[in-house]
Design a protein around this ligand. Sequence first.
Ligand SMILES: [Zn+2]
Length: 124
Amino acid sequence: MSSHLTPGQRALLETTLRLRHEELERLLREQQGGLSRVEHAHALLTADSDDVKHREAARELDLGRAERARAELSEVGAALLRLQEGRYGRCEDCEGDIAYDRLKIEPWARLCIECGSERERRRR
Ligand SMILES: [Zn+2]
Protein backbone atom coordinates (compact mmCIF):
# COMPACT_ATOMS: atom_id res chain seq x y z
CA MET A 1 0.00 0.00 0.00
CA SER A 2 1.42 3.36 -0.94
CA SER A 3 1.88 6.15 1.54
CA HIS A 4 2.24 9.89 1.17
CA LEU A 5 5.30 9.67 3.40
CA THR A 6 8.74 9.06 1.94
CA PRO A 7 10.62 6.01 3.25
CA GLY A 8 12.97 8.42 5.06
CA GLN A 9 10.12 10.23 6.79
CA ARG A 10 8.53 6.94 7.81
CA ALA A 11 11.81 5.66 9.21
CA LEU A 12 12.31 8.85 11.19
CA LEU A 13 8.79 8.73 12.66
CA GLU A 14 9.16 5.05 13.48
CA THR A 15 12.40 5.76 15.35
CA THR A 16 10.75 8.59 17.26
CA LEU A 17 7.86 6.30 18.23
CA ARG A 18 10.14 3.46 19.32
CA LEU A 19 12.27 5.75 21.46
CA ARG A 20 9.17 7.27 23.06
CA HIS A 21 7.81 3.79 23.70
CA GLU A 22 11.01 2.76 25.50
CA GLU A 23 11.11 5.99 27.47
CA LEU A 24 7.51 5.61 28.67
CA GLU A 25 8.02 1.97 29.63
CA ARG A 26 11.08 2.92 31.66
CA LEU A 27 9.18 5.73 33.34
CA LEU A 28 6.36 3.37 34.34
CA ARG A 29 8.77 0.74 35.59
CA GLU A 30 10.52 3.32 37.76
CA GLN A 31 7.18 4.46 39.13
CA GLN A 32 6.20 0.92 40.06
CA GLY A 33 9.56 0.49 41.76
CA GLY A 34 8.74 3.43 44.04
CA LEU A 35 7.15 3.26 47.47
CA SER A 36 4.93 0.25 48.06
CA ARG A 37 1.67 0.66 49.94
CA VAL A 38 3.10 -0.56 53.23
CA GLU A 39 6.14 1.65 52.95
CA HIS A 40 3.87 4.54 52.14
CA ALA A 41 1.72 3.91 55.24
CA HIS A 42 4.86 3.64 57.34
CA ALA A 43 6.17 6.91 55.96
CA LEU A 44 2.86 8.56 56.83
CA LEU A 45 3.00 7.34 60.43
CA THR A 46 6.56 8.34 61.07
CA ALA A 47 6.76 11.65 59.23
CA ASP A 48 5.69 14.97 60.74
CA SER A 49 2.59 16.55 59.27
CA ASP A 50 4.22 19.06 56.93
CA ASP A 51 6.31 16.33 55.48
CA VAL A 52 3.23 14.15 55.03
CA LYS A 53 1.40 16.86 53.11
CA HIS A 54 4.39 17.28 50.91
CA ARG A 55 4.69 13.55 50.29
CA GLU A 56 0.98 13.22 49.58
CA ALA A 57 1.17 15.94 46.96
CA ALA A 58 4.20 14.34 45.38
CA ARG A 59 2.50 10.96 45.31
CA GLU A 60 -0.60 12.32 43.66
CA LEU A 61 1.53 14.06 41.10
CA ASP A 62 3.28 10.77 40.41
CA LEU A 63 0.02 8.91 40.00
CA GLY A 64 -1.24 11.52 37.56
CA ARG A 65 1.98 11.26 35.61
CA ALA A 66 1.79 7.47 35.53
CA GLU A 67 -1.76 7.63 34.23
CA ARG A 68 -0.80 10.02 31.46
CA ALA A 69 2.25 7.93 30.61
CA ARG A 70 0.11 4.80 30.36
CA ALA A 71 -2.38 6.56 28.06
CA GLU A 72 0.45 7.84 25.88
CA LEU A 73 2.09 4.44 25.83
CA SER A 74 -1.03 2.85 24.39
CA GLU A 75 -1.29 5.60 21.75
CA VAL A 76 2.35 5.10 20.78
CA GLY A 77 1.88 1.32 20.68
CA ALA A 78 -1.18 1.69 18.44
CA ALA A 79 0.77 3.95 16.08
CA LEU A 80 3.59 1.39 15.83
CA LEU A 81 0.99 -1.27 14.98
CA ARG A 82 -0.47 0.94 12.26
CA LEU A 83 3.04 1.35 10.83
CA GLN A 84 3.42 -2.43 10.66
CA GLU A 85 0.04 -2.85 9.03
CA GLY A 86 0.54 -0.08 6.49
CA ARG A 87 -2.28 2.04 7.87
CA TYR A 88 -0.03 4.65 9.40
CA GLY A 89 -0.52 8.32 8.53
CA ARG A 90 -4.10 7.93 7.37
CA CYS A 91 -6.88 9.82 9.13
CA GLU A 92 -9.33 7.53 10.98
CA ASP A 93 -12.28 9.76 10.16
CA CYS A 94 -11.88 10.89 6.54
CA GLU A 95 -9.13 8.45 5.49
CA GLY A 96 -7.15 11.39 4.16
CA ASP A 97 -3.40 11.76 4.59
CA ILE A 98 -2.14 13.16 7.85
CA ALA A 99 0.43 15.83 6.99
CA TYR A 100 4.03 15.03 7.78
CA ASP A 101 4.36 18.34 9.64
CA ARG A 102 1.65 17.17 12.03
CA LEU A 103 3.18 13.72 12.46
CA LYS A 104 6.55 15.27 13.23
CA ILE A 105 5.02 16.98 16.26
CA GLU A 106 2.64 14.15 17.19
CA PRO A 107 3.79 10.89 15.57
CA TRP A 108 0.89 8.97 17.16
CA ALA A 109 -1.80 11.27 15.67
CA ARG A 110 -4.86 9.31 14.47
CA LEU A 111 -6.62 12.19 12.76
CA CYS A 112 -5.73 14.81 10.16
CA ILE A 113 -5.70 18.44 11.26
CA GLU A 114 -9.24 19.12 10.00
CA CYS A 115 -10.84 16.11 11.69
CA GLY A 116 -8.76 16.65 14.82
CA SER A 117 -10.00 20.19 15.31
CA GLU A 118 -13.53 19.11 14.36
CA ARG A 119 -13.50 16.57 17.21
CA GLU A 120 -12.12 19.19 19.58
CA ARG A 121 -15.03 21.46 18.69
CA ARG A 122 -17.61 18.73 19.22
CA ARG A 123 -16.12 17.81 22.57
CA ARG A 124 -16.76 21.30 23.95
ZN1 LIG B 1 -9.48 13.60 8.48
